[in-house]
Design a protein. Sequence first.
Length: 268
Amino acid sequence: AAAALRARARARSRAAPACTLVVFGATGGVGSEVAFQALERGESVVALCRDPSKLSVPAGSGGPAAGARLANPKLTAVKGDVTSRADVAAAFDAARDEGVSGVVVALGGRTSDVGPTMLRDGTAAIISEMKARGLKRVAVVTSIGAGDSEGQAPFMFKVLMMTVMKSIFADKNAQEALFNGGADAPGASLEFTLVRPGGLTLDPPNGIINVIDGQAGSISRADVAAFCLDAVSASDWPHLRKAPCISSVKGTSWAKDKGAPVGGNVRN
């Protein structure tokens, strides 16, 4: 998996100017994959973290190094809280020399640890700072079941959404509304993609990403990360200002050959 990522990195970096990806949530499952894969592509990464010591090589793409401390000369860790506008500004300031190529927001955590409005408040701070700096491209990881995708969530997941995960989804919905809540929404003018993955796994990337209209199955965090990286880098990205639900498999009968390789055209 790492070798394939490096091959794609070489192909992209030959034509790409030096730029920095800013990642919020890089110590989480998807965020760590985003940071790792971007570094494998040869990009510079700035990661805002409450605890930078938790930056680690992810399980899916990391291979034998999974779990080790993520260290790379092109990685800059900024200690801070995403709900603090000053800390968010510090993360963007750290990318000043090369400029920001894109932003990935992969925030998460237990409500008991981060509070009931962290997603909304943190994303609002990111939007404000992006607009102040003239930045446009952002991918935001939410979930299947958020916003108008409630009907695509599996039945048992819907039960969780209405019970133990009720406060989490209230925050996810508020986070999404910052972008798609109408023309006056704070992030409506940005080139956003709200990424709604199905059930997340720790599997290596299989390169199969389906944008689906029906009920979602599972997808690896590694493949979600690859989708996010394409969302902030592809000039002809077809999902701008949309909220695609993505999955690699649906139940046990999903035909994997319906997908497309990561880095190619994502199947609609």
